[in-house]
Design a protein around this ligand. Structure first.
Ligand SMILES: Cc1cc2nc3c(=O)[nH]c(=O)nc-3n(C[C@H](O)[C@H](O)[C@H](O)COP(=O)(O)OP(=O)(O)OC[C@H]3O[C@@H](n4cnc5c(N)ncnc54)[C@H](O)[C@@H]3O)c2cc1C
Ligand code: HEM
Length: 387
């Protein structure tokens, strides 16, 4: 891709971002144009578009920011293209989306004058993104989405559930990846969830979900899921995995249900007879947030390469919590108190480790900062999605 075109497109997106609420205004204008010109695609999208309106624009920005690093961005776009099959997206739709986006940017009152050269640069970039997504989608022989039946649903805390599903056909995801999921009570509101177990021939997949207060989908999953109901799952996404280009020991830090993709990888390492050492810090605000400590502890007892350290910000469960305390199992590593980033950094630099971090955006950012300040090389730290 021509570097002059890339710089023009980057500068034009920067001008949008510089305006207050620029990206959300651009997203609103883009969807208004798209739905006016192509009413047939409106049904692909959820009825309420307020929460996720910017996702497509953010993705385009993410891709444009990394156009020079084509390896990283191609994998992302290929996964996105395969996953877009679940909406019913076909090649022709990419033209409509690209034209609507170009029109929305051209009309945007930004500092960049709209020239033929800028328009051509946008066309080239969007053609490249679209072609990468379409080619991957067209080359894929698996189903556009996997049907699955809920076989078990446990509400393990007031705000956390564990749901096991039987897939209609096994899915070949990598431990650490995530998928988008649609539940029957929330049609077209796809949300990402990370399987907590590795892919298997039986087609059993397990999700751990935490209720986000005020959220559209997670409270419905946690409180209303019924055995026998049918879910839909999109194609596997993400690149979080145990790297096999190094034999460095591993440090995993997971907060709340962020433990799920780490648990999937640990289970897989246990199945394969892992030899590298793995340290896992399982973090939560209260001891009761460590809802899956029992499983991790049982794995640590059976696998000498695995060390599990519980960390909570508060020492006691909240007054309203009435369930069992899982944070003090016999023989287990003493639970440590504090912000997980500080606790982990207090152990040393972890410079020789491959590190995976999963949790909220603020937990990932502060833990990365702490580790970096303690001397951990940033290139050893991985997390998904890219904050
Ligand atoms: C790669 C990836 C993997 C994920 N894996 C899991 C998983 O395994 N288990 C799981 O429970 N969740 C997981 N999530 C989060 C999940 O996809 C949803 O975002 C979350 O369940 C909220 O959806 P909702 O519909 O309830 O809230 P929405 O209706 O989408 O959002 C409602 C409001 O809550 C805010 N909000 C959204 N998410 C959070 C949050 N996590 N914390 C605080 N505020 C939030 C939104 O900004 C919005 O203002 C993952 C997210 C990503 C990006
Ligand atoms: C340049 C090409 C495109 C890019 C980079 C892109 C990117 C994205 C991203 C990142 C998301 C959010 C993640 C997800 O839910 O999977 C998304 C959602 C979506 N995209 Fe695309 N997309 C492109 C083209 C298209 C096309 C051609 C269509 C067809 C009309 C389409 C329809 C959708 C729909 C229906 C959603 C779900 C929105 C929601 O749940 O709110 N996209 N897109």
């Amino acid at each position: 891709m021509d570097s002059q075109a890339i710089s023009l497109v980057k500068a034009s997106f920067k001008a949008v971002a510089a305006v207050q609420d620029g990206p959300s205004t651009l997203a609103r204008n883009f969807y208004a144009l798209l739905f006016a010109r192509h009413p047939e695609v409106r049904d692909f999208f959820p009825a309420a578009m307020d929460v996720q309106r910017e996702r497509l624009i953010t993705a385009i920005q993410y891709a444009i920011d990394r156009l020079e690093d084509s390896g990283q961005i191609i994998l992302y776009l290929q996964q996105l293209g395969r996953d877009h099959r679940k909406y019913g997206v076909e090649d022709a739709h990419y033209v409509g989306v690209s034209e609507a986006l170009i029109a929305a940017i051209a009309e945007f009152p930004s500092a960049e004058p709209w020239t033929d050269e800028l328009e051509q640069a946008w066309r080239d970039v969007l053609a490249l993104l679209s072609a990468t997504m379409m080619d991957a989608a067209n080359a894929e022989s698996g189903p556009p989405a996997w049907g699955a039946t809920v076989v078990e649903h446990l509400q393990v805390r007031e705000d956390v559930s564990i749901t096991r599903l039987q897939l209609d056909e096994p899915m070949d995801y990598l431990a650490g990846q995530y998928v988008s999921v649609q539940v029957p009570s929330r049609p077209r509101m796809w949300r990402y969830l990370s399987p907590a177990n590795p892919a298997n021939d039986q087609g059993i997949v397990e999700f751990h979900v935490r209720k986000v207060s005020g959220g559209w989908v997670s409270p419905a999953i946690v409180s209303q899921t019924l055995e026998g109901e049918r879910w839909l799952l999109g194609s596997p996404l993400g690149d979080l995995k145990v790297r096999n280009d190094t034999d460095r020991d591993i440090l995993m830090i997971g907060s709340g249900t962020g433990i799920a993709p780490l648990r999937a990888q640990i289970l897989q390492m246990a199945q394969r007879g892992q030899s590298r050492r793995v340290h896992v810090f399982f973090a939560g605000r209260y001891p009761c947030d460590l809802y899956d400590l029992g499983t991790l502890w049982a794995l640590a007892e059976q696998n000498p390469w695995l060390t599990v350290v519980p960390v909570t910000e508060e020492d006691e469960d909240p007054w309203w919590y009435r369930g069992p305390s899982s944070a003090s199992l016999p023989g287990m590593h003493r639970r440590l108190t504090g912000k997980v980033g500080e606790v982990v950094a207090d152990f040393g630099t972890w410079a020789e480790r491959d590190i995976q971090l999963i949790g909220s955006e603020s937990m990932v950012k502060t833990t990365k900062f702490r580790l970096h300040a303690a001397g951990t090389p940033p290139e050893n730290i991985r997390h998904d999605p890219t904050y």
